[in-house]
Design a protein around this ligand. Sequence first.
Ligand SMILES: C[S@@+](CC[C@H](N)C(=O)[O-])C[C@H]1O[C@@H](n2cnc3c(N)ncnc32)[C@H](O)[C@@H]1O
Length: 243
Amino acid sequence: MFGKINSFVKDIVLASRIAYLFYPFRKFLLFLSNLAALTAWIQKNKKNVEQKDFFVWKRNYTKRINGFDFVVNKFQLENAPVTYLEFGVASGVSFEWWLNHVKNADAVFFGFDTFEGLPEDWGLFFKKGAMAHDMKEIADKRHTFFKGIFQDTLVKAINDNKALLEKQRRKIIHLDADLFSSTLFVLSQLYPYLKQGDVLIFDEFNVPNHEFYAVKLFRECFYVKLKPISALNNFYQTIFVVE
Ligand SMILES: C[S@@+](CC[C@H](N)C(=O)[O-])C[C@H]1O[C@@H](n2cnc3c(N)ncnc32)[C@H](O)[C@@H]1O
């Protein structure tokens, strides 16, 4: 009986179109929902994070390098044959940092970007096309850049490098594309290749409707267990290891 009433009320709500009233506020309502989930997540996880600064009054973006250093030291990556994949290369600052700090000759570095800026608006302040940079010339032969939107380049890159991705070597996956869509797309494509011990670096993790939301859906839909190991600038930069 209750089930029938439930369906009837839902159908009436749909037919009456009363929910249209919420339509202009849908992003804000999603923001509130994700902010609540982020707050709860931080409270639950903060005590277990090895490297953290929560709470700081002022963010210092350059501190993200401390997170990279932490990963290199914790997993002794300086001479490890890692596979490093960066999504969102832009001017190449973080990409070059990793090239310079992992010295193993067999390490492989892949960088993905449109090199024409964001494919869609990111929040109110960064419009489509923001952050456009020419593809940087880098002499180090261990690297390859894939130009285009991830949605066009990643599937082919994965198919062409299946053996590498399936190898028993650690992957460092650096997600710095800012956008929900880009982040969730990449995570879902790389899911079959994720192995215990792989590292996921997020550069804007605590943005409720973007990277946080992408990670939330990824964990919930793919049942992936990720352990946060580093959180800097109040979880803006958060690093996970695959369990
Ligand atoms: C914040 S910047 C990357 C900064 C860089 N990692 C650094 O630290 O110097 C974000 C980049 O993500 C790229 N991006 C976002 N979504 C993308 C997508 N779907 N496909 C390709 N590139 C994307 C943008 O073009 C932009 O250059």
